[in-house]
Design a protein around this ligand. Structure first.
Ligand code: SF4
Length: 470
């Protein structure tokens, strides 16, 4: 495992038999004891979490009866902590570039950065946006009424934090993973310029994962706190805690050896908290990791939250396996089962006793399962996402957009209260689920007036090109 992100040669396991882990789901705890602790609100140990997420290590496979007991406990905890409201945010994805050399084996979002160079003759499906293009996408979405722009991008080699950073980077040093912008057909400019461009009319800018923060300080002695302060001054509001995958290095060594390690990810998140930037946290599961890795990951997040109190929500992301190197090489044959997804949400709710909100992602799970997971411990149903490219490119089938009217319909149908929220949950608006659909639009964005984001209810609409990290 490298302790710093950078380009890789794409090597890695060629099948599942290449992978041996030290961390395994083996405990001295019993399922019954762990469940009793969860029901009584006693802080869970890793062993407790493993017993719950496996429905007991005393038998192979998932026991359906025990699974229901775990889901019930999580649903009850959800009701105690946040009640019956289900939140969503009116947001747009604006991802700057798909150019990336990092070579994560779970990713089909990126395009090898060389394809973007001026001397590359063949066409490719990737894109890079200038700051002006980013601003145009965001301005259109803000005029439609969005509250938030989410922006997560590939690690384009020409990216730097600012002009000073780009000048300090040495294109002849492979550890810098840098090539000057004139080598590329489109210059992505700097992170600061992109953030400034996306800051339209006070829209909330949710961007700069720990991995991107690392890319914004590679090759120079600038710490993460300075990076995040500079970006905050440019208009950054909150941080997506993606690029987390599984926060256990023996798993990262397999699926993303070019990425920062667990310690660096945590250091970047702590620095974001020090800079006064709220953040989310994620897990991407259902690939090569085992149940013990999932719970160890939850422990890393819970410890981070104990120190910072800065995590607004936890987002379990089920691995979409199609069209990824892990699947193409036969290292994985599929993703998580429905039961594993349910237990991941439930144990996240029970284990993370210091994180208020747990998200069910309709992009990853689809509507039916996404709604089911709201009864397994989740209380947030993601965002409208005017444009979404990551999941589509990785074989996801769940569309690109949910209107406010869709949210009202779906959430009231399962007996829950639909609530439009701000990114950090400090602003909330309960929807009138009985209102006509053409009168149901967002109201929290800087230009939101209750008009629907798009004219046609339920249509799948993409506003410009988009993409993202993971
Ligand atoms: S997950 Fe992110 S860093 Fe990794 S290859 Fe994909 S775009 Fe690059």
């Amino acid at each position: 495992m490298t302790d710093a992100g950078g380009p890789t040669d794409g090597t890695g396991p060629t099948d599942a038999s290449d992978i041996q882990f030290d961390v395994v789901p083996d405990t001295d705890q019993s399922f019954e004891n762990a469940l009793a602790k969860a029901r009584n609100g006693i802080r869970l140990t890793v062993a407790d979490g493993i017993e719950l997420i496996t429905t007991g290590t005393d038998a192979d496979g998932i026991d359906p009866r025990r699974k229901e007991l775990v889901l019930e406990a999580a649903d009850r905890r959800r009701a105690d902590v946040v009640g019956d409201e289900v939140t969503f945010v009116a947001n747009v994805n604006n991802n700057v570039t798909t150019a990336c050399n990092t070579g994560c084996l779970f990713c089909n979002f990126k395009d090898t950065a060389h394809q973007f160079e001026t001397d590359h003759a063949d066409d490719h499906a990737g894109f890079t946006k200038t700051p002006e293009e980013s601003r145009a996408v965001v301005r259109d979405a803000v005029e439609r009424g969005v509250y938030e722009v989410t922006s997560v991008s590939g690690l384009h080699p020409a990216f730097g934090l600012d002009d000073d950073h780009r000048e300090a980077l040495d294109a002849g040093n492979p550890e810098h993973n840098y090539k000057p912008p004139e080598r590329y057909t489109t210059d992505p400019h700097t992170y600061v310029e992109q953030i400034e461009a996306m800051s339209v009319d006070g829209v909330h800018v949710h961007s700069m994962t720990p991995e991107e923060a690392h890319h914004a300080q590679r090759g120079v002695s600038r710490d993460y706190r300075d990076v995040y302060r500079r970006l905050k001054d440019a208009g950054l509001d909150t941080i997506p805690g993606t690029a987390a995958e599984i926060l256990v290095d023996e798993v990262r060594d397999v699926i993303c050896p070019g990425k920062i390690d667990t310690g660096q990810w945590v250091a970047a998140m702590e620095a974001a908290a020090d800079a006064g930037l709220p953040m989310t946290a994620t897990i991407m599961y259902g690939h090569v990791e085992n149940a013990a890795h999932r719970v160890e990951h939850l422990k890393v997040v819970r410890d981070l939250q104990d120190r910072t109190g800065n995590i607004t929500e936890f987002v379990p992301l089920s691995f979409i396996h199609q069209q990824t190197p892990l699947y193409d090489r036969g290292v994985v044959t599929g993703g998580a089962s429905d039961a594993e997804d349910e237990l991941m949400i439930a144990v996240s709710r029970l284990f993370l006793d210091n994180v208020e909100h747990v998200q069910s992602s309709w992009v990853k799970f689809g509507n039916a399962k996404g709604l089911k997971l709201l009864n397994c411990g989740a209380d947030d149903f993601m965002g409208t996402i005017l444009s979404e490219e990551i999941t589509k490119r990785a074989g996801g089938q769940h569309g690109e957009f949910r209107s406010v009217a869709d949210y009202a319909d779906m959430l009231s149908a399962i007996g829950r209260t639909p609530v439009e929220r701000s990114t950090d949950y400090t602003e909330r608006r309960v929807l009138d689920a009985d209102a006509e659909s053409d009168a149901l639009g967002p109201r929290l964005g800087p230009q939101a007036d209750g008009t629907p984001l798009v004219p046609e209810r339920g249509s799948d609409v993409a506003v410009g090109p988009a993409g993202a990290d993971d």
